[in-house]
Design a protein around this ligand. Structure first.
Ligand code: F6R
Length: 235
Protein backbone atom coordinates (compact mmCIF):
# COMPACT_ATOMS: atom_id res chain seq x y z
CA UNK A 1 0.00 0.00 0.00
CA UNK A 2 1.18 3.44 -0.88
CA UNK A 3 0.28 5.73 2.04
CA UNK A 4 0.12 9.50 1.64
CA UNK A 5 -0.39 11.60 4.77
CA UNK A 6 -1.75 15.08 4.13
CA UNK A 7 -2.65 17.96 6.42
CA UNK A 8 -6.41 17.87 5.98
CA UNK A 9 -9.28 16.83 3.73
CA UNK A 10 -8.67 19.78 1.41
CA UNK A 11 -5.10 18.70 0.70
CA UNK A 12 -6.35 15.10 0.45
CA UNK A 13 -9.00 16.00 -2.09
CA UNK A 14 -6.44 17.92 -4.13
CA UNK A 15 -4.08 14.94 -4.15
CA UNK A 16 -6.83 12.48 -5.09
CA UNK A 17 -8.06 14.72 -7.91
CA UNK A 18 -4.50 14.90 -9.27
CA UNK A 19 -4.34 11.10 -9.26
CA UNK A 20 -7.64 11.01 -11.16
CA UNK A 21 -6.26 13.45 -13.74
CA UNK A 22 -3.07 11.36 -14.09
CA UNK A 23 -5.15 8.19 -14.55
CA UNK A 24 -7.30 9.90 -17.17
CA UNK A 25 -4.20 11.10 -19.01
CA UNK A 26 -2.88 7.51 -18.97
CA UNK A 27 -6.05 6.23 -20.63
CA UNK A 28 -8.29 5.20 -17.71
CA UNK A 29 -11.89 5.12 -18.91
CA UNK A 30 -13.92 3.56 -16.09
CA UNK A 31 -14.02 5.23 -12.69
CA UNK A 32 -15.55 3.66 -9.60
CA UNK A 33 -17.00 6.38 -7.39
CA UNK A 34 -18.03 6.76 -3.76
CA UNK A 35 -20.36 9.08 -1.86
CA UNK A 36 -20.45 10.34 1.74
CA UNK A 37 -18.56 13.26 3.25
CA UNK A 38 -15.05 11.98 2.47
CA UNK A 39 -14.87 12.45 -1.34
CA UNK A 40 -16.53 15.88 -1.34
CA UNK A 41 -13.25 17.79 -1.60
CA UNK A 42 -12.01 15.42 -4.32
CA UNK A 43 -15.11 16.17 -6.37
CA UNK A 44 -14.68 19.91 -5.73
CA UNK A 45 -11.17 19.78 -7.15
CA UNK A 46 -12.27 17.62 -10.07
CA UNK A 47 -15.03 20.12 -10.88
CA UNK A 48 -12.43 22.91 -10.94
CA UNK A 49 -9.97 20.85 -12.99
CA UNK A 50 -9.74 20.50 -16.75
CA UNK A 51 -10.58 16.80 -16.60
CA UNK A 52 -13.02 15.65 -19.26
CA UNK A 53 -15.09 12.58 -18.40
CA UNK A 54 -17.34 12.82 -21.45
CA UNK A 55 -15.80 9.67 -22.92
CA UNK A 56 -15.64 7.86 -19.59
CA UNK A 57 -17.95 5.65 -17.58
CA UNK A 58 -18.63 5.91 -13.86
CA UNK A 59 -19.81 3.05 -11.67
CA UNK A 60 -20.80 3.90 -8.11
CA UNK A 61 -20.32 1.66 -5.13
CA UNK A 62 -23.74 1.72 -3.58
CA UNK A 63 -27.23 3.13 -3.17
CA UNK A 64 -29.87 3.06 -0.45
CA UNK A 65 -32.70 0.60 -1.04
CA UNK A 66 -36.04 2.39 -1.35
CA UNK A 67 -34.82 5.83 -2.40
CA UNK A 68 -35.62 7.23 -5.83
CA UNK A 69 -32.90 9.02 -7.85
CA UNK A 70 -34.69 12.30 -7.14
CA UNK A 71 -34.65 11.81 -3.35
CA UNK A 72 -32.18 14.30 -1.93
CA UNK A 73 -30.59 11.65 0.28
CA UNK A 74 -30.11 9.20 -2.56
CA UNK A 75 -26.58 8.63 -3.75
CA UNK A 76 -27.65 9.35 -7.33
CA UNK A 77 -28.78 12.81 -6.22
CA UNK A 78 -25.50 13.32 -4.33
CA UNK A 79 -23.49 12.39 -7.42
CA UNK A 80 -25.51 14.71 -9.65
CA UNK A 81 -25.02 17.66 -7.28
CA UNK A 82 -21.36 17.03 -6.45
CA UNK A 83 -19.98 15.93 -9.80
CA UNK A 84 -22.16 14.86 -12.71
CA UNK A 85 -23.88 18.23 -13.25
CA UNK A 86 -20.47 19.82 -13.73
CA UNK A 87 -18.45 16.95 -15.20
CA UNK A 88 -20.79 14.64 -17.09
CA UNK A 89 -19.72 11.12 -17.97
CA UNK A 90 -20.73 9.30 -21.14
CA UNK A 91 -22.70 6.97 -18.85
CA UNK A 92 -23.02 6.91 -15.07
CA UNK A 93 -24.21 3.78 -13.30
CA UNK A 94 -25.53 3.43 -9.77
CA UNK A 95 -27.69 0.70 -8.30
CA UNK A 96 -31.36 1.65 -8.66
CA UNK A 97 -32.66 2.16 -5.11
CA UNK A 98 -36.30 2.02 -6.17
CA UNK A 99 -35.92 -1.17 -8.26
CA UNK A 100 -38.99 -3.36 -7.86
CA UNK A 101 -37.10 -6.64 -7.80
CA UNK A 102 -33.95 -6.60 -5.63
CA UNK A 103 -32.66 -9.91 -7.01
CA UNK A 104 -32.92 -8.63 -10.58
CA UNK A 105 -31.29 -5.34 -9.59
CA UNK A 106 -28.32 -7.11 -8.03
CA UNK A 107 -27.88 -9.19 -11.20
CA UNK A 108 -28.21 -6.14 -13.43
CA UNK A 109 -25.57 -4.26 -11.47
CA UNK A 110 -23.15 -7.17 -11.60
CA UNK A 111 -23.54 -7.20 -15.37
CA UNK A 112 -22.77 -3.47 -15.44
CA UNK A 113 -19.57 -4.04 -13.46
CA UNK A 114 -18.51 -6.99 -15.59
CA UNK A 115 -19.11 -5.04 -18.79
CA UNK A 116 -17.17 -2.04 -17.45
CA UNK A 117 -14.02 -3.21 -15.63
CA UNK A 118 -12.98 -0.45 -13.26
CA UNK A 119 -9.65 1.27 -13.93
CA UNK A 120 -9.64 3.44 -10.80
CA UNK A 121 -11.88 2.95 -7.78
CA UNK A 122 -12.33 5.67 -5.17
CA UNK A 123 -13.23 4.49 -1.65
CA UNK A 124 -14.00 5.94 1.75
CA UNK A 125 -13.97 3.86 4.92
CA UNK A 126 -16.58 3.47 7.64
CA UNK A 127 -15.66 3.79 11.31
CA UNK A 128 -16.21 0.02 11.53
CA UNK A 129 -13.88 -0.61 8.59
CA UNK A 130 -16.57 -1.04 5.94
CA UNK A 131 -15.89 -0.26 2.29
CA UNK A 132 -18.87 0.31 0.06
CA UNK A 133 -21.53 -1.08 2.36
CA UNK A 134 -19.60 -4.28 2.98
CA UNK A 135 -20.05 -4.39 6.73
CA UNK A 136 -17.82 -6.39 9.12
CA UNK A 137 -18.29 -10.10 8.53
CA UNK A 138 -19.00 -9.70 4.78
CA UNK A 139 -17.33 -12.33 2.65
CA UNK A 140 -14.36 -11.14 0.60
CA UNK A 141 -15.86 -13.02 -2.38
CA UNK A 142 -19.13 -11.13 -2.59
CA UNK A 143 -20.34 -9.41 -5.74
CA UNK A 144 -23.28 -6.96 -5.70
CA UNK A 145 -25.71 -7.68 -2.89
CA UNK A 146 -28.47 -6.20 -0.77
CA UNK A 147 -27.16 -5.55 2.70
CA UNK A 148 -28.71 -4.70 6.07
CA UNK A 149 -26.86 -1.67 7.42
CA UNK A 150 -25.40 -2.06 10.90
CA UNK A 151 -26.66 0.17 13.74
CA UNK A 152 -23.29 1.99 13.76
CA UNK A 153 -23.53 2.78 10.03
CA UNK A 154 -27.14 3.94 10.42
CA UNK A 155 -26.06 6.17 13.31
CA UNK A 156 -23.07 7.54 11.35
CA UNK A 157 -25.23 8.32 8.31
CA UNK A 158 -28.07 9.87 10.33
CA UNK A 159 -26.34 13.25 9.97
CA UNK A 160 -27.51 13.39 6.35
CA UNK A 161 -31.18 12.82 7.34
CA UNK A 162 -33.67 14.80 9.41
CA UNK A 163 -34.22 11.88 11.81
CA UNK A 164 -32.20 8.73 12.43
CA UNK A 165 -35.38 6.73 11.79
CA UNK A 166 -35.42 8.07 8.20
CA UNK A 167 -32.08 6.39 7.38
CA UNK A 168 -32.82 3.44 5.10
CA UNK A 169 -32.08 0.09 6.73
CA UNK A 170 -30.84 -1.59 3.54
CA UNK A 171 -28.52 -0.71 0.69
CA UNK A 172 -27.27 -2.25 -2.51
CA UNK A 173 -23.52 -2.51 -2.48
CA UNK A 174 -20.82 -3.55 -4.86
CA UNK A 175 -19.14 -6.54 -3.20
CA UNK A 176 -15.53 -6.82 -2.08
CA UNK A 177 -14.87 -9.40 -4.79
CA UNK A 178 -15.75 -6.76 -7.41
CA UNK A 179 -13.90 -3.93 -5.66
CA UNK A 180 -10.74 -6.06 -5.59
CA UNK A 181 -10.91 -6.50 -9.39
CA UNK A 182 -10.40 -2.74 -9.91
CA UNK A 183 -7.03 -2.08 -11.53
CA UNK A 184 -6.16 0.61 -9.00
CA UNK A 185 -7.76 1.92 -5.83
CA UNK A 186 -7.59 5.20 -3.91
CA UNK A 187 -8.95 5.09 -0.37
CA UNK A 188 -9.40 8.38 1.46
CA UNK A 189 -9.92 8.80 5.21
CA UNK A 190 -10.13 12.09 7.06
CA UNK A 191 -10.69 12.90 10.73
CA UNK A 192 -9.93 11.29 14.07
CA UNK A 193 -13.04 9.11 14.05
CA UNK A 194 -11.46 7.10 11.20
CA UNK A 195 -8.10 6.56 12.98
CA UNK A 196 -8.90 3.13 14.47
CA UNK A 197 -10.31 1.80 11.19
CA UNK A 198 -7.30 3.13 9.27
CA UNK A 199 -4.82 1.45 11.65
CA UNK A 200 -6.70 -1.87 11.44
CA UNK A 201 -6.89 -1.62 7.63
CA UNK A 202 -3.16 -1.01 7.20
CA UNK A 203 -1.48 -2.68 10.18
CA UNK A 204 -4.03 -5.20 11.42
CA UNK A 205 -4.60 -8.76 10.24
CA UNK A 206 -6.47 -9.31 6.98
CA UNK A 207 -9.86 -10.32 8.32
CA UNK A 208 -13.48 -10.08 7.28
CA UNK A 209 -14.05 -8.37 10.64
CA UNK A 210 -12.34 -5.32 9.09
CA UNK A 211 -13.48 -5.38 5.45
CA UNK A 212 -10.96 -2.71 4.37
CA UNK A 213 -8.06 -4.91 5.53
CA UNK A 214 -8.56 -6.92 2.32
CA UNK A 215 -6.89 -4.03 0.50
CA UNK A 216 -3.54 -5.28 1.86
CA UNK A 217 -3.91 -8.02 -0.77
CA UNK A 218 -4.39 -5.59 -3.69
CA UNK A 219 -1.32 -4.69 -5.74
CA UNK A 220 -2.19 -1.06 -6.47
CA UNK A 221 -3.73 0.81 -3.55
CA UNK A 222 -3.06 4.40 -2.55
CA UNK A 223 -4.35 5.48 0.86
CA UNK A 224 -4.73 9.23 1.38
CA UNK A 225 -5.16 10.09 5.06
CA UNK A 226 -5.03 13.32 6.98
CA UNK A 227 -2.93 13.60 10.12
CA UNK A 228 -5.91 12.90 12.40
CA UNK A 229 -6.87 9.71 10.57
CA UNK A 230 -3.21 8.59 10.53
CA UNK A 231 -2.79 9.18 14.28
CA UNK A 232 -3.04 5.52 15.32
CA UNK A 233 -0.61 4.14 12.73
CA UNK A 234 2.51 2.76 14.43
CA UNK A 235 4.92 2.91 11.50
C1 F6R B 1 -20.19 5.58 0.23
C2 F6R B 1 -19.58 4.37 0.77
C3 F6R B 1 -19.21 4.26 2.21
C4 F6R B 1 -18.49 5.51 2.74
C5 F6R B 1 -18.18 5.36 4.21
C6 F6R B 1 -17.57 6.61 4.79
O1 F6R B 1 -20.46 5.43 -1.14
O2 F6R B 1 -19.40 3.44 0.06
O3 F6R B 1 -18.38 3.15 2.39
O4 F6R B 1 -17.32 5.71 2.01
O5 F6R B 1 -19.35 5.06 4.92
O6 F6R B 1 -18.54 7.62 4.79
P1 F6R B 1 -18.13 9.15 5.04
O7 F6R B 1 -17.26 9.54 3.92
O8 F6R B 1 -19.44 9.90 5.02
O9 F6R B 1 -17.45 9.18 6.36
Amino acid sequence: MNIIVVKDSIAGGKKASELFCDACASGAKVFGLATGSTPVTTYQYLVKSKIDFSNCISVNLDEYVGLKPTDEQSYRYYMEKNLFEFKPFKKSYLPEGSAVDPEEEVKRYDQVITANPIDLQLLGIGRNGHIGFNEPGSSFDLTTHKVALTPSTIEANARFFENEKDVPKYAYSMGIGSIMKSKSIILEAFGENKAVAVAKMIEGPVTEECPASVLQRHANVTVIVDEAAAAKLKK
